[in-house]
Write a protein that binds this ligand. Structure first.
Ligand code: SAJ
Length: 466
């Protein structure tokens, strides 16, 4: 504890000084892709940080200074430094560290169940643990993404019941939802403004000062935890809906013989157009899950968010559309999916990130395999590894050689410099190519003799005359 003082009694100014002087103790619960960079950053700013996780190997690797998120630039060096300095220590046992912490940061997963309802079991369990062991004067900060109202109506009552204390009177409660892009987390943590809402303005100011001092980033103070959670969900659902609109345009323009990418690029010349792009579907830990946190809260008050739900249906339909395009392209060269060798380039859920969580390409590969295709997958982030139950090869050549179809799944930086003519020479004769991520030029593919299909793209060569 801060030399015996409560984190509720210090001023925002004092936070910065105490942090620098190593007087602040922080426990981060949940050491995943957000929790670990957060813990390392607080330690690097001077705090004494404990990281709590339920996974023994996670705890072990962290204490040896190893970084398991190899695709997060900047994390490796910082983690090794703070572990070596003894400023960050990971542990499986929450009790001894929670009871001596000034700030407790909850950063555990809040996935969505197959029933499309949020799974708050982890945050519930952690709230019981924290409530049981936390001392008076502690401030609890929820970074996990939850529906608006969850902090006030689910987490706060558990903390009060377990601790016998009262929010504001005995402990502070705040929401500071993470807003970082996987693959750019360390950069985002120090550049993207942080939204903070708390149970009272004093706690909000103290938490804001802690984040400003640690990350050097602007803090947007809002009126409550529920507002902070609404901000996080609004920005992500805005994105999901606009991606769905781009996908809807793509499905229509394919039929109208219009190139949706050409249209979007031209639209982008308009000052208030916000480009979003069609693709294989929406994957990752955030966008496919976030809408259901808000939908659940809406249904509780009798509101039905039609557009948000329809957007989810459109985006979830895209993997099947890519499978249909693959069938069409193979049929064009008198082949069927069954028995065809398909070279899949990219299996991550988005470019340049080593993560297959809810990856649409995984859904596509599973469906093609069910249909009897022989898959040869390459992803530069998973070379010679297994990903989502699939073997990943270690070169483009191994995936593409003698293939009946090349499927571009993810626009990894490494794929942008591939020579399509070279790939044509490697693939079997009369081969097809399907572009799920608008990576290649349709006209070039067709001129090379591929049977081409691309999401939202024309499937015939430009006619010289109309
Ligand atoms: N996608 C499209 N079309 C687009 C953009 C994305 O189909 O125009 C697809 C991607 O391929 C991917 C999925 O949507 O499968 C999600 O893409 P994303 O770029 O939104 O990536 P995420 O899921 O990592 O989103 C995170 C979010 N960050 C947080 O929730 C804290 C999101 O708010 C960010 O906008 C995003 O990172 C980012 O790019 O920063």
């Amino acid at each position: 504890m801060i030399s015996g003082k409560s984190s509720l009694c210090i001023s925002a100014e004092e936070v910065k000084t105490l942090l620098r002087e190593g007087e602040i103790c922080i426990t981060v619960v949940g050491l995943g892709r957000i929790g670990l960079p957060t813990a390392a950053s607080f330690a690097n700013a001077g705090a004494k940080v404990y990281g709590v996780d339920i996974n023994e190997s996670v705890v072990g690797t962290i204490n040896s200074g190893e970084n398991r998120f190899v695709d997060e630039p900047g994390l490796e060096d910082m983690l090794r430094k703070v572990v070596k300095e003894g400023k960050l220590h990971a542990t499986l046992r929450a009790e001894p560290v929670i009871s001596k912490s000034d700030f407790l940061i909850l950063s555990v997963p809040t996935p969505v169940l197959p029933s499309k309802t949020p799974d708050y079991s982890a945050i519930r369990t952690v709230s019981h643990q924290v409530g049981e062991y936390m001392k008076s004067g502690t401030t609890v900060i929820v970074e996990s993404t939850v529906g608006p109202g969850t902090v006030e109506n689910l987490i706060a009552p558990i903390l009060e019941a377990e601790s016998g204390m009262k929010v504001d009177a005995d402990f502070g409660l705040a929401s500071a939802p993470e807003r970082s892009d996987p693959g750019n987390i360390m950069k985002n943590l120090t550049s993207v403004p942080r939204v903070v809402g708390a149970s009272n303005s004093r706690t909000r100011d103290i938490v804001a000062a802690l984040y400003e001092a640690t990350f050097g980033v602007e803090v947007v103070k809002v009126s409550s935890p529920r507002t902070a959670n609404a901000v996080k969900l609004t920005e992500n659902l805005f994105r999901d809906v606009n991606i769905a609109l781009a996908n809807e345009f793509a499905l229509l323009y394919e039929k109208l013989g219009i190139d949706v990418i050409e249209v979007i690029k031209a639209c982008s010349t308009k000052y208030n157009f916000m480009p979003h792009y069609p693709g294989a579907g929406v994957g990752g830990p955030c966008l496919p899950a976030n809408p259901y946190y808000l939908i659940e809260e809406a249904l509780k008050v009798g509101d039905i968010p039609y557009l948000i739900r329809m957007a989810r249906e459109i985006n979830d339909r895209m993997p099947e559309h890519i499978v249909e395009l693959t069938m069409e392209a193979l049929n064009e060269v008198a082949k069927t999916v069954r028995g065809s060798k398909i070279g899949v380039l990219g299996i991550s859920y988005k470019p340049n990130v080593k993560d297959v969580q809810l990856s649409p390409i995984v859904s596509i590969c599973s469906r093609l395999q069910e249909m009897g295709a022989i898959l040869k997958i390459y992803d530069p982030l998973f070379p010679a590894e297994r990903a989502a139950g699939f073997d990943v090869l270690d070169s483009v050549e191994k995936a593409v050689s003698n293939s009946d179809c090349i499927l571009f799944g993810v626009a990894h930086e490494k794929f942008k410099h591939l020579d399509l003519g070279y790939l044509r020479s490697l693939s079997g004769n009369r081969s097809a190519v399907v572009d799920a991520c608008h990576l290649i030029d349709p006209q070039e593919a067709m001129k090379l003799g591929f049977a081409y299909r691309g999401v939202g793209r024309p499937r015939s060569r430009n006619l010289e005359v109309f």
